[in-house]
Design a protein around this ligand. Structure first.
Ligand SMILES: C[S@@+](CC[C@H](N)C(=O)[O-])C[C@H]1O[C@@H](n2cnc3c(N)ncnc32)[C@H](O)[C@@H]1O
Ligand SMILES: *[C@@H]1O[C@H](CO)[C@@H](O)[C@H](O)[C@H]1NC(C)=O
Length: 163
C-alpha cells in the first residue's frame, strides 16, 4: 500500500513540474527549447572543445576512395558539432524539432568549410527518407537519452551506413 508520504511526494512533484507539462502540452516547449539549447551549447562547446576535437579527429578516415564523405547527424539540434567536421564533408542534418532551423542556419554560416544537404525533420527511429547504405558516418551526441526507442535508432543507423 502506498504510504501517505509517497502520495504527498508524487503530488508535490506534479505541482512543481506543472509549468513544464503545460509547456509540453501546448507545444511551447518545442518552440522555446532551441533557443535554450543554442545558448547552452556556446559555453558547453567552449568547455568541451578539446574533447570534441579529439572525438571527431578520425571522421575523415571514413571518406570514400575518391575523398567524398557523407555524414548524417541524428538530432543535430543547433549544429554544435559542425565546426569539428573535416573540410569538404557533406552534412545531412536531421532533428524532429523544426524550430531548430534558425539556429542551424547560424551554425551553417559559421562553418562554411562544409556542404549541407537539406535539413530533414525526422526522428532517429524513422529515417525512411534516407536510402540504405548511403552515408559514411553517423553522428549523434546528447540525443539517445531522449529518444523513445534506442534499439530502433541503432537499427536505422545500421541500415543507412555504408558497409
Ligand atoms: C540535448 S539536444 C542535443 C543537440 C546536439 N546533438 C548537440 O550535441 O548539441 C537533444 C536533441 O535531440 C533531439 N531529439 C529528441 N528526440 C529525438 C529522436 N527521437 N530522434 C532524433 N533526435 C531527437 C532534440 O530535438 C534535440 O535537438
Ligand atoms: C538566449 O540568449 C539570448 C541572447 O543572450 C537571449 O535573448 C535569449 O532569451 C536566450 N534564450 C533563452 C531560452 O534563455
Amino acid at each position: 500500500m502506498e504510504s501517505c508520504l509517497m502520495k504527498f511526494c508524487r503530488l508535490l512533484c506534479l505541482a512543481l513540474t506543472l509549468p513544464l507539462h503545460l509547456l509540453a502540452i501546448t507545444g511551447l516547449y518545442k518552440r522555446w527549447f532551441p533557443s535554450l539549447a543554442y545558448n547552452i551549447t556556446i559555453s558547453y562547446n567552449e568547455k568541451m572543445h578539446k574533447t570534441k576535437r579529439d572525438l571527431f579527429r578520425n571522421v575523415g578516415k571514413f571518406a570514400d576512395s575518391d575523398g567524398a564523405l557523407r555524414l548524417l547527424e541524428i538530432g543535430c539540434g543547433s549544429g554544435a558539432n559542425f565546426k569539428f567536421y573535416p573540410y569538404g564533408c557533406t552534412v545531412i542534418c536531421t532533428d524532429p524539432n523544426p524550430h531548430f532551423d534558425k539556429y542551424l542556419r547560424r551554425s551553417m554560416d559559421a562553418s562554411k568549410h562544409l556542404t549541407y544537404d537539406k535539413f530533414m525533420v525526422v526522428s532517429g527511429e524513422d529515417m525512411k527518407e534516407v536510402k540504405d547504405e548511403s552515408v559514411d558516418v553517423v553522428v549523434c551526441t546528447l540525443v539517445l537519452c531522449s529518444v523513445r526507442d534506442v534499439q530502433r535508432v541503432l537499427q536505422e543507423v545500421r541500415r543507412i551506413l555504408k558497409t
